[in-house]
Ligand binder design. Structure first.
Ligand SMILES: NC(=O)c1ccc[n+]([C@@H]2O[C@H](COP(=O)([O-])OP(=O)(O)OC[C@H]3O[C@@H](n4cnc5c(N)ncnc54)[C@H](OP(=O)(O)O)[C@@H]3O)[C@@H](O)[C@H]2O)c1
Length: 257
């Protein structure tokens, strides 16, 4: 793995992205933030702020120039199926396309339950379907990646500090019963994954359970299975979103890689 100097955070002003920026600075990386409105960004001193909008590909060249790693924590919250397609999915596609031949390490945040299509929220917004499609673009890109599917943000109790990584995405209640995790811990895992060979080409659900937070995440990453080479889905994911049933525009995007 090449050493990492500059980390681009896409979604840097969000509730997770701000923690990612802080973790990146703590790790002594140069943190670069893609923001739509610098006047509202309010990021720590030392962060490189680059203006861009993921739905406008022509605004992304400066953000991706020279980056060694990218953390995606985008959210189209409240924008329905259109936002899910244009931001959660299209934003990832547009940033990956802006990279050209560059090969940064990728950490993509999606969501626990991303493969469960029958939930009422997904039925009304296709939010999970579009996030899963963004995962597929990352896998198809051939870039080294880690995909992190967190449980419910900040619903943990004080004793739930032990980081647990799951695979197969089998928790489908659509409530905190599926798992909980601190925002800070999500950011820690996303940033730790960037420099971890053990996290490469892995997809995981991320929750916290009773116990003490691990000092070293390497054994936790190492215990996971790698996604099968050439597969669009994570290891053990349900085969319930067949490529042949996907919209033409999605298949065309995938075919470009
Ligand atoms: N809440 C939970 O328990 C939970 C659990 C698992 C997964 N999730 C997922 O986590 C995501 C939310 O994360 P969060 O709380 O960090 O989100 P958030 O606070 O709403 O932040 C979203 C980020 O995306 C950026 N963004 C949106 N549209 C953009 C665009 N067109 N171009 C560039 N940046 C854009 C926003 O920038 P601006 O500042 O410019 O708006 C902001 O930085 C959701 O997608 C949700 O499904 C949530």
């Amino acid at each position: 793995m090449s050493p990492i100097t500059t980390v681009l955070v896409v979604g840097a002003t969000g509730s997770i992205g701000r923690h990612v920026v802080a973790e990146a600075l703590t790790a002594d990386y140069t943190a670069r933030a893609l923001v739509r409105d610098p006047a509202r960004a309010s990021l720590p001193a030392g962060v490189e702020v680059v203006v861009g909008d993921v739905t406008r590909p022509e605004t992304l060249a400066a953000a991706v120039s020279g980056v060694d790693a990218i953390v995606f924590t985008l959210g189209s919250n409240g924008q329905g199926s259109r936002g899910a397609e244009t931001v959660d999915y299209g934003g990832v596609r547009n940033v990956l396309e802006a990279l050209g031949d560059a090969r940064p390490r990728i950490a993509l945040m999606t969501s626990i339950g991303v493969t469960y299509r029958e939930g009422s929220y997904n039925r009304s917004t296709q939010s999970a379907d579009w996030k899963r499609r963004s995962e597929r673009l990352v896998r198809a890109s051939g870039l080294p990646y880690t995909i992190v599917r967190p449980g419910w943000f900040d619903y943990h109790s004080p004793d739930q500090q032990r980081i647990v990584m799951l695979q197969g995405d089998t928790r489908h209640t659509g409530s905190p019963a599926d798992g909980v995790i601190a925002r800070r811990q999500i950011a820690r895992v996303l940033v730790a994954a960037l420099a971890s060979p053990a996290a490469e080409c892995k997809t995981l659900e991320l929750v916290a359970e009773s116990g003490v937070e691990q000092v070293n995440l390497e054994p936790v990453f190492a215990a996971l299975h790698v996604d099968p080479a050439g597969s669009l889905d994570g290891v053990r994911d349900a085969a319930n979103q067949p490529l042949e049933d996907e919209p033409d525009r999605v298949r065309k995007d995938l075919a470009r890689w």
